[in-house]
Design a protein around this ligand. Structure first.
Ligand code: ATP
Length: 460
C-alpha cells in the first residue's frame, strides 16, 4: 500500500495536480501548490460540498469570515490557552515528535490506540516504560514532553511599536459563532439551522506529513449546525441530529467515489464533547478524514461571557430564549481530495499494455470531457474547436490535438476524464461525435446537440 501513495504523489506531480511548494528555491517542507488539474478538482469538491450542505438545504446558509480575527476571539474560544499538542524533541537529531501519536503508533506494545486524553507525565512514563524511540533517527533519547501551541502568530500594524500579535485561524468555525447573531437577525433564521464555510486554516503542526494529509496551511469545509437545547429531550434531540450528520457525511463520501470498504466510523470517548470521526484507510493506516463533533453551547457561551454581548436566541413565536447547541461536521479539503485520488487510482492491462486510470466521480474529475479532433489541421479542428467552446460553457474540458488517438485516450484516463469525444469527417457532415467511456472504454455515436444540451446522459 505505501506503493500506492507514492504512485499517486508522482501522478499528482507529473500531471499537474499538486506540485511541491517553493520548488525552485529548493522547496519548503510539507507545503504544496495545486496545479491546474488539482485546483479544478479541489473546486469541484468544494462545489459538490457546498451544493449538498448549503445550497440545496432550506435550513443552511453560507458565510465567509476572515482568516485574521481579533485576538479576543481566540482567547475566548480557548485556542490561545489550550490549542496544544504534546511534543517531545529528540536529543539526538533535534526532530520534533508528536508524543501522543508516538504512543498510538506503538499501540501493539503500549496497548493504547487513543492517546488524546493523556497528560504529558503519562506520556513520558509510557515512552520510558516501552523504550519508544524517535521516528526519524531511532534514538531513545527524547526530551520531556511538553504542550506546544499550534496557533500561527504574526503581527499586524505598520511599526514595531504599534503592531500587535494576531493569529491565523486554526478552524473556520469561530467565524460562524461570532457572526451568529448577525445571521439570525439579517437572514431571519429559526432553529435548527446551519452556517457553512469553506476556506483556509492554519496550524503550526508538530509533524506535518503524508502529502496532503497533514499540512500547516490547509483548507476546511465546515458546517456549524445550531439546534435547540430542549430541556426535556436535549440528549435525544442532539443525539438524533448528531447521527443524522454522521450519516449525511458518510453517504456524501460514498456518492462521490470514496469506497465504502475504506471508511469507518469511530467514536472518540476521551473528548469532553461527543465526537465521531469518519476515518479513511490511507496507505499509512486508518486516520481521521471528517470529524463530527457535538460542540454543545460551549463556544457561544464563551463568546457571550467574553464579549458581554447577548448571543442568546429568541424564538419568534414563543419568545422563549436559549443558547443553541452546535453539531459540527468538519472536513479537510486536502484530506478528502487525497482519499478520492487514492480510491480512484487503478492500473490494468489492456491489449498487453498497462493502462493507468483514475476512476474519479464525474462531478469531481478535473475535466468532464476531452475534445479530440482526429486530425490536427483543417475543418475537423475548426469544428472541434467550436464544439469545445460551446461545451466549456457548462463543463470543464480539455482540448487535445497532439499524438495518436490511443495516446490521447491514455493521457485522459490518467487524469480521470470520464468522457473523450472524438470529432471526425462524419462529424462535419452529420453533427455527430464518438463518445468514449473512461471506465468501460465503450464507444457510442451521439449528436453534438445532445451532448451540449445534456440530453445525452452518459453511459449505462
Ligand atoms: P488530527 O487529529 O488528524 O490532527 P484534528 O482532530 O485536530 O485532526 P479537527 O480539529 O477535527 O482535526 O479538524 C477538522 C478537519 O480538518 C479534520 O477532520 C481534517 O480533515 C482537517 N484537518 C485538520 N488539521 C489538518 C491539517 N493539518 N492538514 C490537513 N487537514 C487538516
Amino acid at each position: 500500500a505505501p506503493d500506492l501513495q507514492e504512485k499517486v504523489v508522482n501522478l499528482c506531480r507529473h500531471r499537474g495536480f499538486v506540485y511541491p511548494g517553493s520548488d525552485i528555491y529548493g522547496g519548503l517542507a510539507n507545503s504544496f501548490d495545486y496545479g491546474p488539474l488539482g485546483v479544478q478538482m479541489k473546486k469541484n469538491i468544494q462545489d459538490a460540498w457546498w451544493r449538498h450542505f448549503v445550497q440545496s438545504r432550506t435550513d443552511c446558509v453560507g458565510l465567509d469570515s476572515s482568516v485574521i480575527l481579533s485576538s479576543r476571539v481566540w482567547e475566548a474560544s480557548g485556542h490561545i490557552g489550550n490549542f496544544t499538542d504534546p511534543m517531545t524533541v529528540c536529543k539526538e537529531c533535534n526532530s520534533r515528535v508528536r508524543a501522543d501519536k508516538l504512543i498510538e503508533n506503538a499501540s501493539d506494545v503500549t496497548g493504547i490506540t487513543e492517546a488524546g486524553g493523556l497528560s504529558c507525565e503519562d506520556i513520558d512514563a509510557l515512552i520510558a516504560k516501552h523504550e519508544l524511540n524517535c521516528p526519524s533517527c531511532g534514538s531513545k533519547q527524547l526530551n520531556k514532553t511538553r504542550l506546544f501551541n499550534l496557533l500561527f502568530r504574526t503581527n499586524m500594524g505598520s511599526t514595531d511599536e504599534t503592531s500587535e500579535w494576531v493569529y491565523l485561524r486554526p478552524e473556520t468555525a469561530q467565524g460562524a459563532y461570532i457572526n451568529f447573531q448577525q445571521v439570525v437577525s439579517t437572514m431571519r433564521r429559526r432553529l435548527p439551522f446551519g452556517i457553512g464555510q469553506m476556506g483556509k486554516s492554519f496550524r503550526n503542526e508538530i509533524s506535518p506529513g503524508h502529502f496532503l494529509f497533514r499540512t500547516r496551511e490547509f483548507e476546511q469545509l465546515e458546517l456549524q449546525y445550531f439546534c435547540h437545547p430542549n430541556d426535556s429531550d436535549t440528549w435525544y434531540l442532539i443525539a438524533y441530529k448528531f447521527n443524522y450528520w454522521v450519516d449525511e457525511c458518510y453517504s456524501w463520501l460514498i456518492k462521490h467515489g470514496v469506497k465504502e470498504s475504506n471508511i469507518k466510523k469511530r467514536e472518540l470517548a476521551h473528548y469532553a464533547r461527543a465526537t465521531t470521526d469518519i476515518e479513511f484507510l490511507y496507505p499509512f493506516g486508518w486516520s481521521e478524514l471528517w470529524g463530527i463533533a457535538n460542540r454543545t453551547d460551549y463556544d457561544l457561551r464563551k463568546h457571550m461571557d467574553a464579549s458581554k454581548k447577548d448571543l442568546t436566541y429568541q424564538d419568534p413565536a414563543t419568545k422563549e430564549e436559549c443558547l443553541p447547541h452546535v453539531v459540527e461536521p468538519a472536513l479537510g479539503t486536502g484530506r478528502v481530495l487525497l482519499a478520492m485520488l487514492l480510491d480512484a487510482y487503478d492500473e490494468e492491462e489492456v491489449n498487453g499494455r498497462k493502462r493507468t486510470v483514475l476512476r474519479l466521480h464525474e462531478d469531481i474529475a478535473p475535466y468532464k470531457f476531452a475534445v479530440l479532433p482526429l486530425q490536427s489541421k483543417g475543418e475537423i479542428v475548426d469544428v472541434a474547436r467550436t464544439f469545445y467552446h460551446a461545451l466549456t460553457k457548462n463543463a470543464s474540458c480539455d482540448f487535445d490535438v497532439t499524438g495518436s488517438i490511443g495516446r490521447r485516450y491514455r493521457r485522459q484516463d490518467e487524469v480521470g476524464t470520464p468522457y473523450c469525444i472524438t470529432i471526425d469527417f462524419d462529424s462535419i457532415e452529420d453533427n455527430t461525435v464518438t463518445v468514449r467511456d473512461r471506465d468501460s472504454m465503450n464507444q457510442v455515436r451521439v449528436s453534438m446537440d445532445d451532448v451540449l444540451t445534456g440530453k445525452w446522459k452518459g453511459f449505462e
